[in-house]
Design a protein around this ligand. Structure first.
Ligand code: ZN
Length: 412
């Protein structure tokens, strides 16, 4: 008997708080208790197909059976996913770690991990007949949602904070139909914005509630699974602002485990900026999640002082699964950025190296065993951050001067 690969194994949405089942409709919160929803899948067809036959194609939509989109006509792609999982021996040596893997999300079409969730968010917007999508962003989500909406022929209302870096602003201006700048921080606008998308015919492209959007980031975990032959790393470090990547990563690893393809689950680490650390604080104190007042952090994409229900979800996973949370200061983030660039040649943005700075701190505190295999998610390219380009004073050369310069530096 052969089993056909289903377009989607999704059978509904379930409330993470009360367990109430919902149909695969456009619903953002539980109709019974207001809790967050997660897609539910019937894994049996994939179990029958087995790990070698379960997926076909390349990139994010390779995992379509485990994404909640019912028609391939609604898929949208710019070539996201299939990002490199790099061995990092020089950096591992420098950190004193036996084996370090880097999942480099800067290789996505708009340079960040956001493209995974933008692809499924825009596909879901199409699935439910929307002509417009919106997001509140520090820059990365805005350029990504803007690009995918445009690709699919939708309008994108991108609300971006005025401190966004020049390259991010240029990117959003280029790709998004409607870019609006706002004053203050993410938290200042997000509550008003949540009400707006409930009232107007605009699809929720934000990180706080939409199960369809979040699910796209699960594919990162599945790529780690396939690339390692389901011998998962001992530890995976995720950047956490609202928590989409972390939560969906946990969901992905649990699916591999439930299918019997992975024999164990990795320890997940949530890395936060010390300027936006509500989850790390609550985890350290053992107390409830309390919002923090934001101030500027170089890791712009980690700017969220009040992750609300998503933050509670992250905390629940951390506590149930015995994960770890860590917060890092801006100088440590910039130091990790330089170290990564000079050891492995990988230029990542500050948001992208929060995980690496977090790993260094946990190693220094002996909270992690350096003999394990550790994977850090590097969530953005460095090409979108504003940094001084260095001295711009050039010099004129004769051939003799040119040779003398290189010879001197080579020490030859
Ligand atoms: Zn509920």
């Amino acid at each position: 008997m052969t089993t056909e690969r289903p377009l989607t194994c999704a059978v509904g949405l379930r409330c993470i708080d009360c367990g109430a089942e919902h149909a695969l409709e456009y619903v953002l919160q539980c109709r019974r208790c207001g809790g967050l929803l997660e897609p539910v899948y019937d894994l049996e067809p994939l179990r029958r197909l087995g790990p070698a036959q379960a997926f076909a194609g390349r990139g994010l939509w390779r995992y379509h059976p485990l994404l909640p989109i019912r028609s391939a006509d609604d898929f949208v792609t710019l070539g996201e996913g299939a990002t490199p999982l790099l061995e990092a021996p020089a950096l591992a040596k420098s950190l004193g770690v036996r084996r370090l893997l880097l999942k480099f999300e800067g290789a996505n079409p708009t340079g960040t991990i956001k493209d995974r969730s933008s692809a499924t968010a825009v596909a879901a917007a199409r699935q439910f007949g929307y002509r417009a999508i919106s997001v509140v962003s520090t820059g990365n989500a805005g350029s990504s949602i803007g690009a995918y909406a445009t690709r699919a022929g939708l309008r994108a209302f991108v609300f971006c904070y005025e401190q966004a870096s020049a390259p991010k602003l240029a990117h959003m201006t280029a790709v998004a139909s409607d870019l609006v700048l706002y004053q203050g921080y993410y938290d200042d606008l997000i509550r008003l914005w949540d009400r707006m998308v409930d009232e107007l015919p605009v699809f929720d492209g934000g990180a706080t509630r939409n199960a369809y959007k979040q699910e796209g980031k699960k594919t990162l975990a599945w790529e780690i699974g396939e690339e390692t032959g389901y011998r998962l790393p001992d530890v995976v470090v995720y950047p956490v602002a609202v928590g989409e990547a972390f939560i969906s990563g946990w969901r992905g690893f649990r699916e591999m485990h439930a299918l019997g393809w992975a024999d164990r689950l990795p320890v997940l680490v949530a890395a936060q900026s010390a300027k936006a650390n509500p989850i790390a604080r609550a985890f350290a104190s053992g107390g409830p999640l309390e919002p923090v007042k934001l101030s500027y952090t170089v890791a712009e994409g980690l700017s969220c002082g009040d992750p609300a229900a998503k933050g509670e979800w992250v905390l629940r996973i951390l506590r149930d699964a015995k994960g770890l949370a860590v917060e890092v200061e801006d100088p440590a983030i910039l130091d990790a950025q330089r170290l990564l660039a000079r050891t492995e040649g990988l230029y990542a943005g500050p948001t992208g190296v929060g995980t690496l700075a977090g790993l260094r701190r946990l190693l220094a505190e002996h909270a992690l065993d350096p003999g394990q295999t550790i994977c850090c998610v590097i969530s953005e390219t460095g090409l979108k951050s504003e940094a001084p380009a260095g001295a711009r004073t050039g010099q004129a050369f004769t051939y003799e001067r040119l040779v003398a310069l290189v010879r001197e530096r080579l020490g030859a």
